[in-house]
Ligand binder design. Structure first.
Ligand code: SF4
Length: 703
């Protein structure tokens, strides 16, 4: 049961895409405490280590930016200025670049941690008024491969199922994810379900033995990059065993013939050899899936962050389609969103190739519709620069100014030293941020202090299309302002009409109007309903829907032109940087249990820093012996792009020939040798433009 005090209000954890509810108590001294919301449909009172300690990050104001700062040229020190001064100068500089070089000379780089209302106004400003599509977010580094795959397979960027399907499934196939650490509360539900139903089968596909494997019936310790080969081999076995849904394939899907041709191109023995698995283990996986009455596939960055991320996603979704496990209880593909509101961002069109309500930039009718609604300038058909392209464009001078909000690119971008060079060359950098820690601050010309979680109101959408309302609980420190307010004030300084919103509810009201008659229609929704219901799942066309729409495609009508799901016969050629004599190991990167992204919030919490105090390199003991590396030895890890120096952590839980680095650490006191992204590859998937964080060639040496 919730323990409400008179000052308690509900909110949503702002870390991962699971979207757990919290009850926040405002104490008399102005600090907050919190607990899991026992009445919340997602977490039913549970919180993971990060969520449990969320209040510390808000109560500790020691690193907070408190007032706007500015410098007139790069050699001058920053000085405190008023909001008007900071925004007027920024508007003047933006106008100068736009007049001289055109609207594409400026860009906004935002974040999957922004609230939906914040995304909405920055998207409207950039695409509808400045007249450029250079608005991308760090969701490009996270979910963009899954977005393309959903659109291709289902006709819409739409997760078809809900978390309540977990308790109705009897086979789970988890590929390229470690939800026990990265989506813990969702995984607790799978664990509880498995404990109550021991016959439910859990298959985990990962080159590392992770905590997720603890309850697995089958762990397929695959060679990195061979996911498509494995999925095709399983597809072939399902066809051979007659474990496919012929009725679904014939009446509700297309592409099966080409698919079966491609999956029969390799024998099981060939596929097993490529994947580094036994034939019997692949047969067992196919048996578990074939026998399932409810089958859920789950995945996250191991599939998305790849040079072939879209194809990896499609090969996985194909398994749901050929077995007909979609649009019915306990079944479907469930992509686990990395960030709390990546989905909300996409709903308002917050990527360089999107328009509001999942409209397409390349559709002239969609552009006209949105332009008329906003009343601004004509929307350009050319997609804007994506996350990594923005930094390339700063490097070669095409882009003059960048406005970075709510993200820390100098830790999180691939081949990050190149991004650092780009920011050095940028003519003008605006940074909208809560903390004085991120290394990006050193390159800023204007610093705008933003309100943090619990200091502003708005909405977010989690991995199961669940929209939740976040209360404002305390005031932001100093002169910090909510991100949406900052963007609206700037838009007004630019002279644009349509940014006089009275409050976030008014922004939301405008957003929901734009969704009317689209596949993600939430035109029946407003803040009052959200406050009353706490959460609803889209679509939500009218109030009578109560809690929204938990499951899509129950009528087997998909959003494609033919209304059929598309089974894609994807190639399984890996295009990533391959190991060779100079760089013989494969590097993969990922998260640890108690840290979040670049640690600007979780790094403030002592308890969370106890799990791992510094970055490390996981390496198999048999590889370590050859390199004469002992546990704890400083290891120099080099790639074609740079180097990292961290302690070796010997573990037989990683495959030989593969090494693992956590992605959280950045530059500490001018030392960047903990930073995994010094060495990661900036190759991207050609369609989704998502970087290949999980696969590049490295060399190792004892320091
Ligand atoms: Fe927050 Fe995710 Fe943990 Fe839930 S699982 S408490 S949303 S970090």
């Amino acid at each position: 049961k919730n323990r409400f005090t008179a000052n308690a209000v509900t909110s949503t954890c702002c870390y991962c895409g699971v979207g757990c509810g919290v009850v926040v108590n405002k104490e008399k001294n102005g600090t907050i405490t919190l607990q899991g919301d026992a009445e919340h449909p997602v977490n039913k009172g549970m919180l993971c280590s990060k969520g449990m300690n969320l209040h510390y990050t808000v109560n500790d104001k020691s690193d907070r930016l408190l007032y706007p700062q500015m410098r007139y040229n790069k050699s001058m020190p920053m000085q405190q200025v008023s909001w008007d001064e900071a925004l007027e100068r920024t508007a003047a500089v933006f106008k100068t670049f736009i007049d001289k070089y055109g609207p594409d000379s400026v860009a906004f780089y935002a974040s999957g941690q922004c609230l939906t209302e914040e995304y909405y106004v920055v998207n409207k400003l950039m695409k509808g008024f400045i007249g450029s599509n250079n608005l991308d977010t760090n969701s490009r580094l996270c979910m963009s491969s899954a977005v393309v795959a959903y659109k291709t397979a289902l006709g819409e960027d739409s997760v078809p199922l809900c978390y309540d399907d977990i308790e109705l499934a009897n086979c789970f196939y988890i590929m390229g994810g470690n939800p026990a650490w990265c989506h813990p509360i969702l995984w607790r539900r799978v664990e509880a379900h498995k404990a109550a139903n021991p016959n439910a089968k859990i298959i985990v596909v990962d080159p590392r033995v992770t905590d997720t494997c603890a309850i697995a019936d089958l762990h397929l310790q695959i060679n990195p990059g061979t996911d498509i080969t494995l999925n095709h081999a399983i597809g072939r076995l399902l066809i051979e065993n007659g474990d496919i849904d012929i009725d679904f394939i014939n009446n509700h899907a297309e592409g099966f013939e080409q698919y079966s041709t491609i999956v029969f191109q390799k024998t099981l023995a060939e596929a097993a050899n490529i994947c580094g698995l036994s034939e019997s283990s692949i047969r067992l996986a196919a048996k578990y899936i074939g026998e399932a009455k409810g089958f859920i596939t789950m995945w996250t960055m191991g599939l998305n962050q790849s040079a072939i991320g879209v194809n990896k996603n499609l090969s996985l979704i194909n398994l749901n389609l050929i077995t007909g496990h979609i649009g019915k209880p306990g079944s479907g593909p469930l992509s686990l969103t990395g960030q709390p509101n990546a989905m909300g961002g996409r709903e308002v069109g917050g990527l360089a190739n999107l328009l509001p309500a999942h409209r397409n930039l390349n559709n002239p009718l969609h552009r006209e519709e949105v332009q008329k609604f906003w009343g601004g300038t004509a929307i350009q058909p050319k997609p804007g620069l994506t996350a990594t392209e923005m930094f390339e464009a700063l490097n070669d001078g095409r882009l003059k100014a960048i406005w970075i909000m709510c993200t820390n690119p100098l830790t999180s971008l691939p081949n990050v030293r190149l991004a650092e060079e780009a920011l050095k060359k940028a003519k003008f950098v605006v940074l909208q941020e809560i903390s004085n820690k991120p290394e990006t601050l050193a390159y800023a010309d204007v610093i705008l202090p933003a309100a943090a979680w619990a200091e502003k109101e708005g909405t977010m959408t989690n991995s199961e299309r669940r929209i939740s309302y976040l209360n404002k609980i305390i005031d932001p420190p100093g002169e910090a302002l909510p991100d949406a307010e900052i963007i609206c004030r700037f838009a007004r300084k630019m002279g644009y009409k349509g940014f006089d919103f009275e409050n976030p509810a008014a922004i939301y009201a405008e957003h929901v109007k734009l969704t009317a008659k689209t596949n993600i229609d939430i035109s029946g929704l407003n803040y009052e309903i959200l406050k009353e219901q706490k959460t609803v799942q889209w679509p939500y066309k009218k109030k009578s829907l109560q809690k929204g729409t938990p499951r899509l495609f129950t009528d087997k009508q998909f959003y494609t032109p033919s209304a059929k799901a598309v089974i894609s016969p994807v190639e399984d050629t890996l295009t990533s940087e391959k190991p060779d004599d100079d760089f013989p190991f494969i590097l993969t990167t990922g998260r640890i249990r108690d840290q979040w992204h670049t640690m600007s919030k979780t790094g403030k919490v002592n308890k969370l820093n106890q799990h791992y105090k510094q970055a490390f390199l996981e390496i198999h003991p048999d590889d370590a012996i050859i390199l004469q590396l002992n546990d704890g030895d400083i290891t120099v890890v080099t790639s074609r792009r740079g180097e990292v120096q961290v302690q070796a952590k010997l573990t037989s839980q990683i495959k030989r020939g593969v090494v693992f680095l956590p992605m959280h650490w950045g530059k500490i006191l001018n030392n960047d040798l903990n930073r995994a992204n010094n060495i990661t590859s900036d190759q991207v998937d050609p369609i989704s433009k998502e970087p290949d964080f999980k696969y590049c060639a490295v060399n190792l040496q004892k320091y």
